[in-house]
Write a protein that binds this ligand. Sequence first.
Ligand SMILES: Nc1ncnc2c1ncn2[C@@H]1O[C@H](COP(=O)(O)OP(=O)(O)OP(=O)(O)O)[C@@H](O)[C@H]1O
Length: 603
Amino acid sequence: MGPAAAGRPPPGGARVRGGGASAEACRARCRELPTPGHASPVTSAVLESGLALLAPPAASGETFIPYYTGRIIDILGSRYDPDAFATVISLMCLVSFSSSLAAGCRGGLFMFVHSRLNLRLRRLLFSSLVHQDLAFFQQVKTGDLTSRLSKDTALMSRLVPANANIFLRSLVKVLGLYSFMLGLSWRLTLLTLLESPLTMAAQKVYDARYQAVLKAIQDSLAYSGEVAREAVASVETVRSFGTEEEEAQRYKAALAHTRHLKDRRDLERALYLLFRRLLQLATQVLMLYCGHQQIQAGLMTKGGLVSFLLYQGEVGQYVQTLVYIYGDLLSNVGAAEKVFEYLDRVPAVSTDGTRAPATLQGHVAFRDVSFTYPSRPDLPVLQGVSFELQPGAVTALVGLNGSGKSTCVALLERFFEPQAGEVLLDGEPLRTYDHRYLHRQVALVGQEPTLFSGSVWENITYGLEGCSKEQVMAAAQAAHAAKFIATLDQGLETEVGEKGGQLSVGQKQRIAIARALIRQPSVLILDEATSALDVESEAAVRAAVLSGGARTVLVIAHHMATVEGADHIVVLEGGAVAEQGTHAELMARRGPYYSLVQRQLAE
Ligand SMILES: Nc1ncnc2c1ncn2[C@@H]1O[C@H](COP(=O)(O)OP(=O)(O)OP(=O)(O)O)[C@@H](O)[C@H]1O
């Protein structure tokens, strides 16, 4: 029975990657909550229409306030009419109340839409990222990716609803304010229009500069994040080379660069705002002068001028806002572009195969495979490589450092696609197999096994559900890990720490081997997987794992004892197959393999 089929819950209750009671509580809460961002189209439509419907009443109500203010001044300035005064005050209160209510609801809805959009974007982006091919991760820095995932998605999700919200509100306001102003004095209204082109020109210049500096700040933040992450992740190397001070200086320099850019951004903003204020002031002075003349000529009341000035102050703000939204769109377009680029990126290695046969023999064939890494296209790593892995047999891949052994493994794991030739599994190209099926059938234990924070149990059953304790223990036994697991405080429940940092390298390797074995793969790849094991453990793992049975095994090892015992040996030299055969055949041939063995014996 396969692990997935076993329905027994694991002992010790639910397990958490990340460890600890708080992580457990967090996971429990996550299970209870609906998956973020799964708003139905109907819900989204209702939310968006709510935003659209609430914007006009909220904004248009506010446009009446200056009008009523002017009316009150006129009433107070002429013969006092208590009825007219009470009517105007009541109307003003009614309009204020309803517009505040609509504005409050609109603001609340906006926050709601914003947070949903943010979660949805992050979920989609992360999903797109984890499906990318390995070449992508080798070319793009981690800091860059995490910055896109946190800052840029936040920017984007703010951008869309915020702009829709502000744009609608500003548009309604501008139209409402201008119609009141035209009603009060068309001459003064024409005068106010002089201000807008100048403001727009200044805004255009400012926006272009702002966009450039914002992009530089984003890059600079991503870089400083990368510097910190790199130093923390490689703290052992930093410590052993005594380069703490250099790392601290590197981070300081990165922060200083960001601060310099932010200072520039703030200074330019201050200058721009100063220019705008001066322009507003000049227009207001002109307006007062012309208004005074209109009152003298009897074309306007005093209250009318006050209303007009209030309108003019407001309309300027809203025209600015409309222009600003355009600028904001432009300035955030860089962030959005990157997010969309990652969202739309189609992985170079496709995962849309469908083949998932009920039984698999585990016959692997490399047919004339040539390959270069995308990051170094000028350096051919494999050239016309052909060899086979027979079902149930152990094949050893040997060669000097850099001869291409791990690259063959990477191709068999479909981390990359060869530029020429094919890798076949049971006679069919690897790309035609279903992604999950393939990785269940072809299991890899790499040179530097990566564990996740969480318990030993979680690490062994990684990616599987419903494994029984017997299965986990059997895998641990075969990987010669059961003994040391039993000595841990909480056995299988023991937390291994971030990247398995609380375990020794040999222990990590054994857990990684157990993780591969529990899948009962048809093809097992061990790439220097036992390099850190002591003699006793290695012999035990070799006996359990390399005995093969029904399983095809590909092993890469510098230890000749492991290689000698293999059924077939393939020798790689400079990315090509130099020779292949059994240990005895190759030794008798006295070729490259013989030299390798002699060299090792001499060491
Ligand atoms: N991600 C990569 N990007 C670019 N070049 C790479 C990458 N990985 C490996 N190479 C290059 O490909 C060549 C073969 O490397 P590979 O790791 O396959 O050798 P190997 O035989 O497994 O070596 P070792 O015994 O040291 O593990 C080397 O020249 C190496 O520099």
